[in-house]
Design a protein around this ligand. Structure first.
Ligand code: BTN
Length: 322
């Protein structure tokens, strides 16, 4: 976004004279006029008020690295290395390109304003329009081997749900394994990508969360979706605060999971289960039954005619039977 500095100055929606903008940015008034034109080309609505200056009409919610950092509680802040980008192919891919060396204790976190090739689960694309949503990834290391992965995916869903509820989203639903539901549909999805075993029993994963914050329209989304601003209009949703709160919650949950395993998360996941008591079918295989929550490893339990069957994440996906 070429006009970022200008938009940042005008984000308060007040009238700013060309002179004051020029002096703040250290450029001429003619250069300001050109930037205003460029911002308009980028899609911002800017009113020109003769004799007074310019006013940004479009509501903006800019990502600002220092604001995010300041808002993360100290205990998590000192653990993370944050990078906020204007644009990237995928924040998961970016973390993978620059993942920490084995043994490093820092947790790299990448947030982007726009993804050109955002990736979802099962090879799907993740819609990532500029300026509207949150695209956040981090690398996490666990001692415990591959067996931890199934539970981890659900743990991160619980962490995201708890962060949103703490910020005023109201009760959040979880669709196994870790889709986050609010209002009319999915507001967030989590993609966990295994980076491999660093040494015997030490695994590194990259976890990315896409959270719809202000998005009001989207093309080519195959399932019902919603965004925070639409589902919870009573709250002013700011991406910087959301990012800080998610980082704090995800880092805290990863620590708790490392120390205590999945047991501490089972009830927290289960009480948000949107499949409980519903007639479900597996989209691969011939399995049908009623949703009965999760077992101690995070597998989903289906009450079928032949008894209770556990379904593993990654192997199968479930949907409500229509
Ligand atoms: C899903 O399909 O539900 C998972 C979506 C995960 C999207 C996020 S956005 C940030 C991170 N970067 C990506 O390319 N994907 C994840």
């Amino acid at each position: 976004m070429k006009s970022r500095a200008l938009i940042s100055l005008m984000a308060d929606g007040q009238v700013h004279s060309g002179e004051s903008l020029a002096s703040s940015l250290g450029i001429s008034r003619t250069a300001i006029w050109k930037q205003v034109k460029r911002a308009a080309d980028e899609g911002y609505e800017i009113e020109t008020i003769r004799g007074r200056g310019y006013r940004l009409i479009t509501a903006v919610d800019l990502l600002e690295e220092p604001v995010i950092l300041e808002s993360i509680p100290e205990s998590a802040r000192r653990r993370v290395r944050l990078k906020v980008m204007d644009e990237v192919d995928s924040t998961n891919a970016e973390i993978i390109r620059h993942r920490p060396v084995p043994g490093a204790s820092v947790i790299p976190v990448c947030i982007a304003d726009h993804q050109t090739a955002g990736r979802g689960r099962r090879g799907r694309e993740w819609q990532s329009p500029r300026g509207q949503n949150l695209y956040l990834s981090l690398a996490l290391t666990f001692h415990g081997g591959f067996a931890m992965l199934d539970g981890l995916s659900l743990v991160l869903g619980v962490a995201a749900a708890e962060a949103l509820e703490a910020m005023g989203a109201g009760p959040v639903g979880l669709k196994w394994p870790n889709d986050i539901f609010l209002g009319q549909g999915k507001v967030a999805g989590i993609l966990v990508e295994l980076q491999g075993e660093l040494e015997e029993g030490v695994i590194q994963v990259v976890a990315g969360i896409g959270l719809n914050v202000h998005m009001k329209q989207a093309e080519d989304v195959s399932q019902a979706w919603d965004s925070l601003s639409v589902a919870c209009p009573g709250t002013v949703w700011a991406r910087n605060e959301l990012a800080a709160s998610l980082i704090d919650s995800l880092v805290g949950a990863a620590d708790e999971f490392s120390e205590s395993g999945f047991a501490a998360f089972r009830d927290r996941w289960q009480r948000r289960d949107i499949f409980a008591g519903k007639a479900l079918v597996a989209s691969q295989g011939d399995l049908a039954g009623v949703g009965a929550g999760i077992d101690g490893s995070g597998n989903y339990l289906l009450e079928t005619e032949g008894g209770v069957t556990a379904v593993r994440a990654g192997e199968i996906s479930l949907r409500v039977q229509l």
